[in-house]
Design a protein around this ligand. Sequence first.
Ligand code: OSB
Ligand code: MG
Length: 368
Amino acid sequence: MKINEITIRHVQMKLKDPFTTSFGTFDNKDFLLLEARDVDGTIGWGESVAFHSPWYNEETLKTNWHMLEDFLIPMVLHKEINHPDEINEMFSAIRKNNMAKSTIEGAVWDIYAQQTNQSLAQALGGKKEEIEVGISIGIQSSIEKLLTLVDGYVKEGYKRIKVKIKPGWDVEVMRTLREKFPTVAFMADANSAYRLEDIDILKQLDAFNLTMIEQPLASDDIIDHATLQKQIQTPICLDESIHSLEDARKAIELGSTRIINIKIGRVGGLTESKKIHDYCEEKGIPVWCGGMLESGIGRAHNVALTTLTNFILPGDTAGSNRYWEKDIIEPEVIVEDGYITVPQQAGIGYAVNKETIDTFTVSKKTYN
Ligand code: OSB
Ligand code: MG
């Protein structure tokens, strides 16, 4: 491979419904798409999962654009690349900025899969032909509203329901859900809204047989999570705290996490995601694929990654129609009875609709 042209677009898509977490509300999704062209004409797509504002982590759409334009694109353009794993290595001199790195890396994986005539899932070594998926529900204005949503998603067949929690929207919410839906696989995601001194609240969640509690404590912590895990039964799953294989190893060794949420962007790409997956498999730690309200392009990468064997738990990769009136890929990602059928076509496996992307494009720039 040799990439001779890269285009970055700032894209804005309106979410069907606002999505609220403990750290803020999203009405629109503003993000970067990256289109890379190989000298042989093959086009690969990557999506940045950095949000408009630095709420989830320190990266933003603008910091990603800056990192791509000033550092990462010059490192990749016109260079001979034999395998996408080399990108991880090439970028290792640059600290963090994982979402920016992942944006290019994803496009290179897409090109590589097409050139070797395999689906991205196959190129990654994935075995599954269909993947099980769950859904993540934001904080609602009332429990009644939440119950209605849960009821709908359970009927649609989603295999696991994740509910966002925060102080004041936690124990009563989970108690009510468990009473109304005794057999549904529920989990709670706090996005770092608690501190160790809130342990009495977190202990009460043990009564509701949750599959896990995701990132209850600080986004940069693995020490207090280990202390907490010793005192609660519900397995802790780390999201924000894990940026690399090394982070995963340390958190597992410390007993801070019993399950890991892998987000491709947060860990710097598919190569690092695979490394974390393989390490967790060896250690008997189940993983699942997290979501960042991705458009169809990022979603397609998530679907491909989830075909690896240790993605044992349903991910947050819900269907396109859960987020968008119209997605930018064809066909859209469709969930039937809680399953997505993994596309077999070469590359990300979905056709990218550039006309639709154009209607959502705020600005763009080409580098060559
Ligand atoms: O913590 O997993 C998270 C959305 C935005 C920011 C962080 C998170 C989420 C989700 C939604 O839970 C996952 C999705 O549906 O894409
Ligand atoms: Mg999370």
